[in-house]
Write a protein that binds this ligand. Structure first.
Ligand code: ROI
Length: 175
């Protein structure tokens, strides 16, 4: 699947509840089933310290994170609808902001689009400071430019690794 109407997008996967490595694996599998979409690359699986809210700490387990690259003919908001459907199917309940979650699927980048509406901010807000996004992204494409943020390689230089650990492949990892 390729052509003028095909977009490239990167999706961030995160989980810190209910066997996070299984949640990531299940979500990746669900992404391979999306209409008009092909999964073209994936990062490994990483563990990361929970990103703390700006004030006050929530005690929660470490996260598991990964990034996948897709080619899709879906529009960004249609892709978002599908991601939310997958989150819902995996038991994601939106309760506490900054709190633990079974699965979080974020559109990190969608072509070179810059969008900021009530549902979607592209590139994803915070992408420039999050090691658990930047390192997996670099493992897929090391010369990416992130619209409005700059070169991935420069962002990584200025980003603390904050306990990020590579665990192996998404499908190969065993707890
Ligand atoms: N922290 C880490 N390390 N990884 C995540 O995926 C993640 N997702 C979130 C919050 C709770 C902000 N912190 C995170 O939504």
């Amino acid at each position: 699947m390729a052509g003028a109407d095909t977009s490239t997008a990167y999706i961030g996967l995160g989980s810190n509840l209910e066997q996070p490595h299984r949640q990531i694996r299940l979500a990746k599998q669900a992404l391979t089933q999306l209409p008009a979409t092909r999964l073209v690359a994936e990062s490994g699986l990483y563990s990361s310290k929970p990103l703390a809210p700006p004030s006050g700490a929530i005690v929660q387990a470490d996260f598991f994170n990964a990034v996948v690259k897709i080619e899709t003919r879906l529009e960004p908001h249609d892709l978002l609808d599908h991601l939310q459907r997958i989150e819902h199917a995996q038991g994601r309940v939106r309760t506490q902001r900054w709190g633990p979650r079974t699965i979080d699927l974020d559109i990190l980048l969608f072509d070179h689009l810059q969008i900021d509406d009530e549902r979607l901010t592209l590139p994803h807000a915070g992408i420039g400071q999050r090691a658990f996004v930047l390192y997996p992204l670099r493992s897929i494409d090391d010369s990416l430019e992130i619209p409005g943020h700059g070169m991935l390689s420069v962002l990584i230089e200025h980003c603390t690794q904050n306990g990020l650990q590579y665990l192996g492949t998404i499908d190969g990892y065993e707890a």
